[in-house]
Design a binder for this molecule. Structure first.
Ligand code: FUL
Length: 474
């Protein structure tokens, strides 16, 4: 190569680098960040819990572990029916109580004599988990398991050796039934025979077997209990959490509900709640299935507040999702579809500040339906407005807003304003956004909207806005 050519090459390289460095850098992450598995989990939004086991047949919520295995005898068990209903209900997966506190295992575990293999059901050859995991695969649903650490049957319970039994149960479940998207455990312990659980050993065992699985407990490590079993996250709901020194079974319920603004661990909340008063099926609750109005409140209080919704169904003694629950689940799907039918957020969108005036961070990004693109402001700009000129008058009463949580949760306070012909009037005001926040407000006719980010931990990153006109519920 001649000297001249070399010089030319060097010049081109310099220019290219200069051009590149002139491009505006994306905002630096703030606080703890979600892993890709946590991001994928958050996208699921809504999935089913299924409580089914010995309690279904003895009419208990917390069996003592003494009922004979023969009591477990579903007459028409059909996991494909469960999957069909769950799929049609718009849920993304199923987490099954593989073992509840009574210790009865729905799979033929080698760790205990208290399981399906000792029951009359299918002459002891049945395996609910095998059938359910296959049904989930067939219907394109995620499959998850709950094994209670508290075991009121196992002879070793209360002794350190039981920790090995419990780990072995996880090993069986996580090796024999394909991918488990969520591994669910609580901190339940016996009132008298207190057990010192090896939680960190449990988590380690689980993660070694399936690194991508999301572990739920009061203390994570991947997602947290929301602090109540009513289905509601706090109005303020931070995914970051001060998790140091916490462990399952000793839940600070208040803090779990709202998270911690400056928490150091990314630990988003999951809201578990049952569609009936009990977790297990009881015939005397057939008329107590939650109403659509109650379920919609729960939806807005969970998915609408930066949490995922784990709605429980107690499968009945036939081994089927009861007709009453099925009907309600489908009505609930219709109600959500009706509320979020047509996205009215379209038109001209402008922002008070755009990061480096760069197109990559433009206001329009909030309307492109892509979760990777977002509107961001310059560093240090922690209050900003985004105006949407709809170009026509629309009736609306629901507003959806999402942060690009891949860069951390930032917004502390925001409000929504609508145009009244002369100026903007506030219609709703809230604190955190996170993955998703849904605002409800009385139906209003307007041609312009203004989102005001009033306070944020660092420059806001907003990835999506939606606007709807939901029907009034009777
Ligand atoms: C709790 C249990 O004690 C309840 O019976 C139910 O399974 C609920 C989902 O978790 O810890």
């Amino acid at each position: 190569m001649t000297i001249r050519k070399l010089l030319l090459l060097a010049l081109c390289l310099t220019l290219a680098t200069a051009g590149y460095s002139a491009k505006v850098a994306p905002p630096k992450p703030v606080g703890p960040l979600p892993s890709s598995a946590q991001l994928a989990w958050q996208n699921l939004e809504y999935y089913a819990f299924i409580h089914f086991g010995m309690n279904t047949f003895t009419d208990h919520e917390w069996g003592e572990g003494r009922a004979h295995p023969d009591n477990f005898n579903p007459t028409a068990l059909d996991c494909r029916q469960w999957a069909r209903v769950v799929k049609a209900a718009g849920m993304k997966g199923i987490i099954i109580t593989a073992k509840h506190h009574d210790g009865f295992c729905l799979w033929p575990s080698a760790t205990t004599e208290y399981s399906v293999k000792k029951s009359k059901w299918r002459d002891g050859n049945g395996d609910v988990l095998k059938e359910l995991s296959a049904a989930c695969r067939e219907y394109g649903l995620k499959f998850g398991v709950y094994i209670s650490p508290w075991d009121r049957n196992h002879p070793l319970y209360g002794m350190p050796k039981y920790n090995r039994v419990y780990k072995e149960q996880w090993r069986e479940l996580l090796t024999n039934y394909g991918e488990v998207f969520e591994s669910w455990l609580d901190g339940a312990n016996d009132g008298k025979k207190r057990m010192v659980y090896d939680f960190w050993g449990f988590f380690d065992t689980i993660k070694k077997l399936q690194p991508q699985t999301i572990i739920f407990s009061d203390a994570g490590p991947d997602i947290r209990w929301v602090g109540n079993e009513k289905g509601f996250a706090g109005e303020t709901n931070w995914s970051p959490r001060d998790n140091e020194g916490t462990f399952p079974g000793f839940a600070d319920e208040k803090r779990l509900t709202v998270g911690d603004e400056d928490g150091t661990t990314w630990l988003p909340a999951e809201c578990d709640v049952s569609i009936r008063p009990g977790w297990f099926y009881h015939a005397n609750e057939d008329s107590k299935v939650k109403s659509i109005a109650q379920l919609m409140e729960i939806y807005y209080g969970s998915v609408g507040r930066n949490a995922n919704l784990l709605l429980n169904i107690g499968v009945d003694r036939r081994g089927l999702v009861n007709e009453n629950d099925e009907r309600r689940l489908l009505e609930f799907k219709q109600a959500r579809d009706a509320a979020f039918k047509t996205n009215l957020a379209a038109g001209k969108v402008t922002a008070s500040n755009v990061r480096g005036k760069d197109k990559s961070f433009a206001a329009e990004n909030v309307l492109d339906g892509k979760s990777q693109t977002y509107w961001a402001t310059d560093d240090g700009v922690t209050s900003a407005t985004l105006e949407l000129d709809l170009g026509r008058e629309v009736e609306c009463n629901r507003f959806v807003v999402q942060e690009n949580i891949a860069l951390g949760q930032r917004v502390k306070k925001f409000s929504l304003h609508t145009w009244n012909g002369n100026g903007f009037t506030p219609v709703a005001s809230q604190t955190t956004i996170g993955y998703k926040r849904i605002l409800r407000f009385p139906t209003i006719k307007t041609s312009k909207l203004k989102l005001v980010i009033e306070e944020a931990k660092a420059c806001p990153t907003i990835t999506n806005l939606e606007l709807y006109r939901a029907p009034e519920l009777q």
